[in-house]
Structures are given as C-alpha cells and as structure tokens.
Design a binder for this molecule. Structure first.
Ligand SMILES: NC(=O)C1=CN([C@@H]2O[C@H](COP(=O)(O)OP(=O)(O)OC[C@H]3O[C@@H](n4cnc5c(N)ncnc54)[C@H](O)[C@@H]3O)[C@@H](O)[C@H]2O)C=CC1
Ligand SMILES: CCCCCC(=O)/C=C/C=C\C/C=C\C/C=C\CCCC(=O)O
Length: 249
C-alpha cells in the first residue's frame, strides 16, 4: 500500500496502542486525525505529534465513541482539513467487568458506530475513495476469558461485526475492506498490576508485547491483500498463532 498523503482516523489514540498507530502512520507519510474521550491527553498527544510530523499532517478531536454527534464531527473535521479518509481504526476500548454496561457501550456499540460511519465515508458511491476499516478486537474475541467475560463478549461482537460488514456486496463493490486485530497482552496502561498477576497465573511469566509489535501487525494488515473479513492474531505467547489470520492462512 502506498501510504503517502493517505488519511487515517484513529479513536482512543491519546495513548497506548492508538498513539503508537498514529506515530507509525505519520512516519510513513500519512495524515492522521487522533481522537479520544480524554481532552487533556488528546491535546497533549496531538500537539506533540504535530510538532514532530508537521501541523499540516495532524489534527486531534475530543470524541467519546458512545456519542454519535462527536463521532460524526471527527469525520467532518478530518474531511474538511484533509479532503479524504482512507483508513479508520476503531481502537477505543475499556476493560471493567464491574461496570460492564460501559464495556459493551464503548467496545461494541462504539465499534458499531465507527464501522457504520467509516463505511459511509469510504464507499466510492458516496464520494469516498474506498479504503480499509481496522477494528480493535482481542485474543479474547476469538477465545474465552474466564476473568473478563463481558470484555470477551464485546470483542467476540467486534469480530462478528467485522466479518459481517466484509460480506456485504455493496461494500465489496465500493472498495471498502473490513479487518480486525486480535492481540494478546500489550504493554499499555490497560494491563494493570492486578491483571498482570492474573495473567502470570494463566500463561506463566511471559513478557508483555510492546506497542511496536502492534504497529508491525497493523502494517501487515494494511499491506496484505485477500484479507477482507479476517482477524490477525498478535500473540507471542503462542508462536504458532502469532501474526497469523484466525482459522486461516
Ligand atoms: N493492552 C492490551 O493488552 C490489549 C488491548 N486491546 C485493545 O486495544 C485497544 C487499545 O487499548 P490500549 O491502548 O491497551 O488501552 P489504553 O487504556 O492505554 O488506551 C485506551 C484509550 O482509549 C480511550 N478511551 C476510553 N474510553 C473511550 C471512549 N468512550 N471514547 C473514546 N476514547 C476512549 C482512553 O482515554 C485511552 O486513551 C482497546 O480496544 C483494547 O481493548 C486488545 C488486546 C490487548
Ligand atoms: C484489563 C485486561 C484487558 C485485556 C486485554 C486483552 O484484550 C488481552 C489481554 C491478554 C492477556 C492479559 C489479560 C488477562 C489475562 C488473565 C487471565 C486470562 C484467563 C484466560 C482464561 O482461559 O480464562
């Protein structure tokens, strides 16, 4: 894929995996809109990326992915500034089993809204240029997690959503591809000390993956052909699965 001057929208990109994606895409010559619910952090991260990669290449916006008006605004400001959208990464996510309604709302409903808005923005018969939607799933979107059942359910939903949009004839005809990433544990603030202890009990004393591995996986997903509807597993704990498409290839 030729990345220069292409345009990406990334949700939940003020820190963690989303921020790493933004950095990786900007380094390849793309233009990026980062959005996040955290106003202070998205401003700091946005300004820092703009300083490094040029103000003409970066915008940032406050967006809670549960809020349709804010989400629509992200697409609008991106099109106003950059005139096109090519890649949409629905990355925002939370893990909080005690507040499980929020998990469903952010991870699943937020991804549904983001996928619908992306499909409209990208499809060629609606003025788009075609493109790719990348939904952030998890290893727990393809295998169960006994300590995070609602989180896992939300990610199974993201996988089903991605595969279903990929099957739509009108999306294929209009050049829009749908994919997802299914990582194991990545070294971000989402992996708290408590979760790390639980993880060690189940999976042994293996290291967390760096966000660089996720950027590598993103570029594989973007560069591979013939992966519409596929989920790329990123899981160094199981070398047989790592960087392979789920149940295929
Ligand atoms: N860290 C990990 O081990 C793994 C993470 N994932 C997924 O990757 C994605 C990113 O996770 P991390 O970077 O690790 O987490 P993180 O907690 O470091 O970053 C998540 C970002 O999303 C933002 N956010 C939270 N709720 C939001 C909302 N309602 N609207 C918009 N933004 C919101 C946060 O402010 C934060 O900046 C999530 O979907 C997560 O489920 C998947 C597999 C493994
Ligand atoms: C706050 C947890 C966020 C989950 C992030 C994710 O999507 C994947 C993480 C992978 C591993 C680390 C997290 C939890 C592991 C702990 C126990 C797993 C139990 C597995 C089981 O078979 O039940």
């Amino acid at each position: 894929m030729d990345f220069s001057n292409k345009v990406a929208i990334i949700t939940g990109a003020a820190r963690g995996i989303g921020k790493a994606f933004a950095t990786g895409l900007l380094a390849k010559g793309m233009k990026v809109c980062i959005s996040d619910i955290n106003e202070e952090l998205v401003t700091t991260t946005g300004q820092s990326l703009a300083t490094t990669y040029g103000e003409q290449n970066v915008i940032f916006a406050v967006c809670d992915v549960r809020n349709e008006d804010q989400f629509k605004n992200v697409f609008q400001v991106t099109k106003n500034k950059f005139k096109r959208v090519d890649i949409v990464i629905n990355n925002a996510g939370v893990a909080d089993e005690e507040n499980w309604g929020k998990v469903v709302d952010v991870n699943l409903k937020g991804s549904i809204l983001g996928t619908q808005l992306a499909a409209e923005a990208l499809r060629k018969d609606r003025g788009g240029h075609g493109g790719i939607v990348v939904n952030m799933c998890s290893i727990f979107g393809v295998q169960p997690c006994s300590i995070l059942p609602v989180y896992s359910a939300s990610k199974y939903g993201v996988f089903g959503l991605t595969k279903s949009f990929a099957e739509m004839p009108e999306m294929k005809e209009n050049g829009v591809k749908f994919t997802c990433l299914c990582p194991g544990a990545i070294d971000t603030e989402m992996i708290t000390d408590d979760i790390q202890q639980m993880r060690k009990k189940f999976f042994g004393d293996t290291s967390l993956m760096s966000t660089d591995v996720m950027t590598e996986a993103l570029f594989k997903l973007l560069n591979d052909t013939d992966n519409n509807g596929e989920g790329l597993i990123v899981n160094q704990v199981d070398p047989d699965q790592h960087m392979k498409y789920f149940n295929s290839k």
